[in-house]
Design a binder for this molecule. Structure first.
Ligand code: MD3
Ligand code: FE
Length: 216
């Protein structure tokens, strides 16, 4: 691990193995930053962020929207993937080509060639918002990896194991970082600690995460 990225402030390796099958690619999204941010603005204009309700009746602190053929949604009846945005009654916006390409190339870098996501969940965290420890289990094929792109304010990512009680490691995620999970770590528990107050030069007072999945 000799390659280091200075753009992250403190020196961090450009590539880090978090667990078997789980790879962190520091700054990997920055090459496509301008394209990603303009595509993000188009998607969120057509499908605005909203706070969804869990089956247990809690309103999620992260606001969400989606693009691609399948969007992840939750309400009092459960979690699922849906082709239509329940708020607009319209199909989710198409996945921008820059999104698809970034996810496909990052997955290939991480050892998962041929990743073709059909879903991109977009999470928006204002300071104080968090995501408690959970597994991603609503997808059909767990042999497919998941690609996550972090933008804006930094976050502390929690990464546990197959069982909820397994020990949890913490990783700082910054603007432009991409993480890829697959293989043995695909069903590991994970979460995001409450975002700290701050302001990002490009995105202001928020963290945005793009989660790419092959859901269908
Ligand atoms: C680890 N979102 O929306 S994906 C989610 O920062 C979610 O908003 C995170 O977890 C966020 O479900 C980023 C992180 C992630 C996704 C899938 C995983 C981590 C994973 C699968 C296995 C292990
Ligand atoms: Fe998740």
């Amino acid at each position: 691990m000799t390659e280091l990225l200075e753009a992250t402030g403190i020196m961090l390796p450009a590539r880090e193995d978090m667990a078997p099958g789980a790879v962190l690619l520091r700054g990997r999204a920055l090459v496509l930053e301008a394209d990603i941010l303009s595509a993000l603005a188009s998607v969120t204009a057509a499908a605005p962020f909203r706070h969804m309700t869990t089956p247990g009746g809690y309103v999620m602190s992260a606001a969400m929207t989606n693009c691609g053929a399948a969007g992840w949604v939750t309400d009092r009846t459960g979690y699922r993937y849906a082709a239509v945005d329940p708020e607009t009654g319209q199909p989710w916006p198409a996945m921008p080509e820059s999104f698809r390409r970034l996810a496909n190339e990052a997955a290939a870098d991480a050892g998962y060639a041929g990743f073709m996501p059909d879903s991109c969940l977009i999470n928006r965290y204002l300071p104080g918002a968090r995501l408690s420890l959970h597994q991603d289990k609503d997808e059909r094929d767990f042999t497919q990896p998941i690609v996550s792109v972090s933008l804006g304010l930094p976050a502390t990512f929690q990464f546990g194991g197959r069982r909820r009680a397994d020990p949890v490691a913490r990783y700082p995620l910054r603007h432009g970082d991409i993480a890829v999970w697959g293989g043995p770590s695909r069903l590991f528990h994970h979460g995001v600690l409450a975002i700290k107050e701050g302001g990002h030069a490009r995105l202001g007072r928020q963290r945005i995460n793009l989660t790419f999945r092959a859901a269908l």
